[in-house]
Ligand binder design. Structure first.
Ligand SMILES: [Zn+2]
Length: 112
């Protein structure tokens, strides 16, 4: 966050308190923190949706344990923020990504 949403004055990075107008900014800062599962979060509109949680857990628990998984995670972290930004703004893409992820979620649940 570069400017205080209350008074519009410049802030240093990651400031959680505005020294100009004395407002608490933590909720804005927290909101800007990047969600962990960018693409799924963008597609489902929230990091707290059940599907997003399932995908995130799967990534953290299973993928980390093998070479291909690690490679995929690295690639994912490099590629997903810009992709997520595009998805976020496009309802059609959101729908496609959700459609793609739904069977993945089902598969993960089946293999548990
Ligand atoms: Zn302020």
């Amino acid at each position: 966050m570069e400017k205080c949403p209350y008074c519009g004055k410049e802030l240093t990075e990651d400031e959680r308190y505005c020294f100009h107008c004395e407002n608490d900014l933590s909720k804005f800062v927290d909101k800007e923190e990047k969600p962990k599962c960018f693409i799924a979060t963008a597609a489902y509109g929230s990091p707290f949706v059940k599907e997003v949680e399932i995908l995130r857990n799967f990534r953290d628990e299973k993928l980390k344990n093998n070479f291909f998984g690690l490679w995929f995670i690295n690639l994912y972290y490099k590629l997903s923020p810009p992709i997520a930004k595009i998805i976020e703004k496009n309802n059609f893409l959101k729908k496609i990504v959700r459609k793609t992820l739904t069977p993945v979620v089902k598969l993960i649940l089946k293999n548990k």
